[in-house]
Design a binder for this molecule. Structure first.
Ligand code: HEC
Ligand code: HEC
Length: 153
């Protein structure tokens, strides 16, 4: 627990992301627009091509309509691309991309091989807990997720 608090403090001080930390998303416009329906995921979890693809089809966003003005979508795309796994994502980014082929354009973090490997020992009943509901609800299990902290607890 102490480690978690320390990690969060380091993150807030905007020091370079640690190996077990994912660079937090700080751009206010992106945090607001992409944190409306779920936690605003850190860009380092997906490659640049994925963010570009996702931002080009917001009217059909996993069954929801997340569309916005084109100039806003373009600004947000640029923020996401700048921090993507294969651009500014650092060590966490290259880890996230393990097992992803360069011609693949994954749109779900929860379907990446590394995500699945890291979560494969979690029993079905954990995912079904009412406060979890969906695998993409990172904050239900990782309390520091919105600050980029995914350490084991
Ligand atoms: C109108 C609501 C809404 C908004 C706004 C929204 N999303 Fe989503 N998003 C969803 C839904 C619904 C899902 C599917 C959740 C699930 O299946 O667990 C989703 C899933 C995702 C996933 C995949 C999660 C996984 O399973 O790995 C990513 C990545 C994502 N959204 C990124 C974004 C980004 C980037 C933005 C801002 C441009 C955004 N979302 C804005 C509703 C929204
Ligand atoms: C049902 C609870 C649960 C949910 C929801 C969940 N995780 Fe996890 N996650 C865990 C547990 C437990 C571990 C530790 C697994 C282990 O070490 O064996 C873990 C491990 C991780 C790790 C590896 C940490 C490390 O230091 O190796 C990352 C990264 C991660 N999760 C990211 C995510 C992201 C991103 C989301 C949302 C898209 C998410 N998790 C959703 C429970 C969850």
């Amino acid at each position: 627990m102490k480690r978690m608090i320390l990690a969060a403090a380091l993150t807030l001080a905007a020091l370079p992301a640690r190996a077990d930390q994912v660079r937090p998303l700080t751009d206010p416009e992106t945090v607001k627009a992409c944190g409306e329906c779920h936690m605003a995921f850190q860009p380092a979890f997906l490659p640049a091509r994925s963010w570009t693809s996702m931002m080009g089809q917001l009217s059909d966003h996993f069954g929801d309509n997340a569309s916005m003005a084109p100039d806003k979508a373009e600004r947000i795309r640029q923020v996401l691309v700048a921090g993507a796994a294969d651009t500014g994502g650092g060590k966490a980014g290259s880890k996230a991309l393990r097992g992803v082929r360069s011609n693949e354009v994954p749109l779900r973090i929860t379907e990446l091989p590394r995500f699945q490997r890291k979560h494969d020992r979690i029993p079905e009943r954990e995912w079904k807990r009412p406060e979890v509901k969906t695998k993409s609800n990172c904050v239900a299990c990782h309390r520091g997720a919105d600050q980029g902290s995914y350490e084991d607890e």
